[in-house]
Design a protein around this ligand. Structure first.
Ligand SMILES: Cc1cc2nc3c(=O)[nH]c(=O)nc-3n(C[C@H](O)[C@H](O)[C@H](O)COP(=O)(O)OP(=O)(O)OC[C@H]3O[C@@H](n4cnc5c(N)ncnc54)[C@H](O)[C@@H]3O)c2cc1C
Length: 441
């Protein structure tokens, strides 16, 4: 079977009921949830690994709090996540792929979303993928954008916001792990003032090194986390500001720069921190991490006030979301709002997952509809996963009842989430592996 795209017949790789673009934290949960609801589900991923930031992004620990009973708990059990520690990325690559297989999801790896097929205005009929054989299509009825960047929504014509009012976004970073570290060597989860090295307070020592040019420009904060091995440390420190996260040229320049910084930061740690002398660079993310890009305009835009006052919504689909308002300074090093600014456990309403301008599309993950500051809180993985779960079930319900996401009866979605064990209305807050109140990522 072939379809016409841009004047050419291109092959159709499959026809599905629900098609999810992006196999990261939210996309995996969306695809599993849709497939478990009995809908033929395809998951598209540009890399050869599923997990997005959870795996190829080398990002952990999984942070943020929510209410009890979400799919995130299942993922934690499956990945054997230890409290306050970075999960094992290699294990996660295998387990997440198995989980998708068990759920019956059809996976299309090494396929980059390149464009969309639109039958009539505002309705997507298929995704155009860049594959080894050139452009190919996957057809579907309902679609979920979990690319993190809102790429599918953008291609389908959705409007979006970008960055703060001056259009700057949070800096990009490339994560790496050091091996061969002494088990008693320092770690510093975020900006922890109690960590000391022989030359002084670790935070101050890093800031001075940055001022003197020993550390790269704006790299004045080195966040160090434990992994499952006592002799490893995960380092979240490289950074490049003023990157246009929607420009290939800007991304490409930044990628090269942050990778170069790894060596400098490693040498610095070897010099100032006892226990790092014999350490080595054990691994790094295959691509730098993007904290912020498009935020697709939805039926509701989650406001600063909503997360600061812990607002509840009658169309809640993620309950008691909770994390810092964690803005890595778009215009400098460290955090833009200090380290103590925390949100109050808040609801994410279904309308934030429903884009304004496209009929049969839902958004899950960091590209949902919210302000720059709200995004800085809900972007963490433990909050993105339940968004995926809600979007996956919503898409399945839309297909079943033949309605668009905008017309879905949210109470049916909520009933289904509750039947699966998700707490949407109580005051209980899960004590998630990581205390959400005071660590920045
Ligand atoms: C440097 C850094 C450190 C962070 N630290 C933490 C932390 O410690 N703890 C925490 O919980 N959160 C952390 N975060 C935030 C968190 O990792 C992300 O916000 C979260 O993973 C977003 O989930 P997502 O599902 O929206 O996107 P992602 O997890 O990024 O997944 C998106 C997926 O879509 C795929 N994709 C994108 N475009 C296409 C395309 N065109 N075609 C096909 N596939 C595509 C990607 O390859 C990826 O697999 C950090 C983020 C960064 C950048």
């Amino acid at each position: 079977m072939k379809v016409l795209f841009a004047g050419k017949d291109i092959p159709v790789l499959g026809e599905y009921e629900v098609v999810v673009a992006g196999a990261g934290a939210s996309g995996i949960c969306a695809a599993i949830s849709s497939s478990r609801e009995g809908k033929r589900t395809a998951l598209i991923e540009r890399y050869g690994i599923v997990g997005g930031n959870l795996t190829s992004g080398y990002i952990g620990p999984i942070m943020g709090g929510t209410s009890h009973g979400t799919i995130s708990e299942e993922i934690h059990r499956r990945l054997k996540v230890e409290p306050r520690k970075v999960h094992n990325f290699e294990q996660a690559k295998i387990e997440l792929a198995l989980l998708l297989q068990e759920a019956g999801v059809d996976l299309f790896l090494q396929c980059s979303l390149a464009d969309v097929l639109m039958e009539e205005e505002k309705e997507i009929t298929g995704l155009v993928l860049a594959t080894q054989m050139g452009l190919s299509a996957i057809l579907g009825k309902c679609f979920i954008d979990s690319t993190g960047d809102g790429t599918l929504a953008f291609l389908a014509g959705a409007s979006y916001e970008y960055g703060r009012s001056d259009k700057l976004v949070q800096p990009v970073s490339l994560m790496f792990i050091l091996g061969g570290v002494s088990s008693d060597a320092i770690y510093c989860e975020g900006v922890n003032p109690d960590v000391h090295v022989p030359s002084g307070n670790f935070i101050r020592v890093c800031e001075e090194a940055c001022e003197k040019g020993i550390l790269p420009p704006k790299v004045n904060t080195i966040r160090i986390f434990h992994t499952g091995s006592p002799n490893e440390r995960m380092i979240n420190a490289t950074q490049k500001n003023y990157v246009d996260t929607l420009s290939s040229k800007s991304l490409s320049d930044a990628e090269a720069k942050v990778r170069k910084q790894i060596q400098t930061i490693h040498t610095f740690l070897q010099t100032v921190a006892p226990g790092y002398e014999n350490s080595f660079i054990q691994g790094s993310s295959s691509t730098m991490g993007i904290r912020e890009s498009r935020r697709i305009n939805g039926e509701y835009i989650l406001q600063d006030d909503d997360i600061e006052t812990g607002r509840t919504f009658s169309d809640v689909v993620v309950h008691r979301a909770n994390f810092l308002i964690d803005i890595h300074n778009p215009d400098g090093g460290g955090q833009a709002e200090g380290v103590t600014k925390s949100a109050q456990a808040y609801d994410i309403p279904y309308r934030c997952l429903v884009p304004k301008d496209v009929k049969n599309l839902l958004i899950a993950g960091r590209a949902i509809s919210g302000t720059h500051r709200a995004h800085a809180s809900y972007r963490v993985m433990n909050i993105c996963m339940p968004m995926g779960q809600a979007a996956g079930i919503a898409a399945a319900l839309c297909v079943e009842s033949g309605v668009s996401p905008l017309d879905l009866d949210v109470s049916v979605l909520q009933d289904r989430l509750i039947a699966l064990g998700v707490d949407l209305f109580s005051d209980d807050q899960i004590e998630y592996p990581f205390n959400p109140s005071n660590r920045e990522v």
